[in-house]
Write a protein that binds this ligand. Structure first.
Ligand SMILES: NC(=O)c1ccc[n+]([C@@H]2O[C@H](COP(=O)([O-])OP(=O)(O)OC[C@H]3O[C@@H](n4cnc5c(N)ncnc54)[C@H](OP(=O)(O)O)[C@@H]3O)[C@@H](O)[C@H]2O)c1
Length: 280
């Protein structure tokens, strides 16, 4: 049986859809199962809620964005339970090779190391930045895209392609044992590309201006540095590395990342300090 964690999230939902369509025996696990969903209840923050009895293949979807120590503890709790309960294979959704400069990279790399040093077979999916996320960050305000993305690009990838790749691997994990895949797009998209598609102006600001704007939003303490790191890495060309791994796994070209980013352009909504959502 395949278990996919984070089942209320976008990525896990799509992975489960692909698995179901392929006729695989799969279920989801989430902190808040809704009635009749058949999902398992589990919270990585509460180790005693984690049971993987009967699970052969665990798709461990990285558990949210938080301070490093929180995320690392969550992932460690999950992997420790998988070792205890005899899971055969863990597929972990990590962060692209090019993501080392991002503020949330360390927890991913720690988790990769934990898997390599652990007792369960593994496959690491180094996921690129979602085209949907790039579209949200480059949303025009008053007719202008001003996000500080500079003149460089991002090898963004459709979240649904990442989900399909994870589902393909989960159905045949032995073939992918001990492999690390760099799942990014086959071309880069830039702020100017988005502006051209949307018929708006691209006038990128600088990181100081973004920091000021983020300071006035009621964000959680770790969120501004996380967002600034994405803009800084993108604008300085650190997220441009393309790869063919996703094409090889899917057996087709990736979806049109620019089109998906354009469709997703809209305010970025985060859960902020007060628990209420904040638009940035
Ligand atoms: N590559 C990218 O561009 C990008 C962008 C955003 C996020 N990410 C990462 O990729 C992951 C999946 O992306 P997404 O789009 O599906 O994000 P999402 O919709 O925000 O979902 C967040 C996920 O984190 C899980 N989670 C949070 N705290 C947890 C805990 N204590 N125990 C177990 N699970 C927990 C949630 O599971 P529940 O079902 O229990 O709520 C949920 O599935 C994110 O969690 C984040 O680490 C990547």
């Amino acid at each position: 049986m395949i278990l996919v964690t984070g089942a209320s999230g976008h990525l896990a939902t799509a992975i489960l859809e692909h698995l179901t369509q392929a006729g695989a025996s799969a279920t989801g696990a989430t902190r808040n199962p809704v009635m009749n969903s058949h999902h398992w209840a589990l919270d990585f923050d509460v180790p005693e809620t984690i049971s993987f009895q009967g699970v052969e293949t665990l798709v461990l979807v990285s558990a949210g964005t938080e301070e490093d120590d929180v995320v690392i503890t969550r992932h460690n709790n999950a992997i420790t339970a998988a070792e205890r309960d005899g899971v055969r294979h863990i597929i972990y959704t990590s962060l692209t090779d090019a993501g080392d400069h991002l503020g949330f990279a360390l927890a991913h790399r720690w988790t990769e190391r934990r898997l390599r040093d652990g007792k369960v077979e593994w496959t690491i999916l180094r996921n690129g930045l979602y085209a949907e996320l790039i579209g949200q960050l480059l949303t025009p305000r008053n007719g202008v895209i001003s996000a500080p993305f500079g003149q460089r690009g991002v090898a963004a990838v459709a979240r649904n392609d990442l989900a399909e790749a994870a589902a393909i691997i989960a159905r045949n994990p032995e073939k992918h044992q001990g492999r690390t895949y760099n799942l990014v797009g086959d071309k880069i998209i830039t702020g100017q590309d988005l502006a051209d598609e949307l018929g708006t102006e691209y006038r990128p600001g600088n990181l100081g201006e973004l920091r000021q704007a983020l300071d006035t939003a009621a964000l959680l303490p770790f969120q501004p540095s996380m967002l600034l790191s994405i803009h800084s890495a993108a604008s300085h060309g650190f997220l441009e590395g393309t790869d063919t791994d996703i094409t090889d796994i899917l057996g087709r070209a990736p979806l049109d990342a620019l089109g998906i980013a354009v469709a997703a352009a809209g305010p970025t909504v985060l859960a902020g300090r007060t628990g209420a959502t904040v638009q940035i």
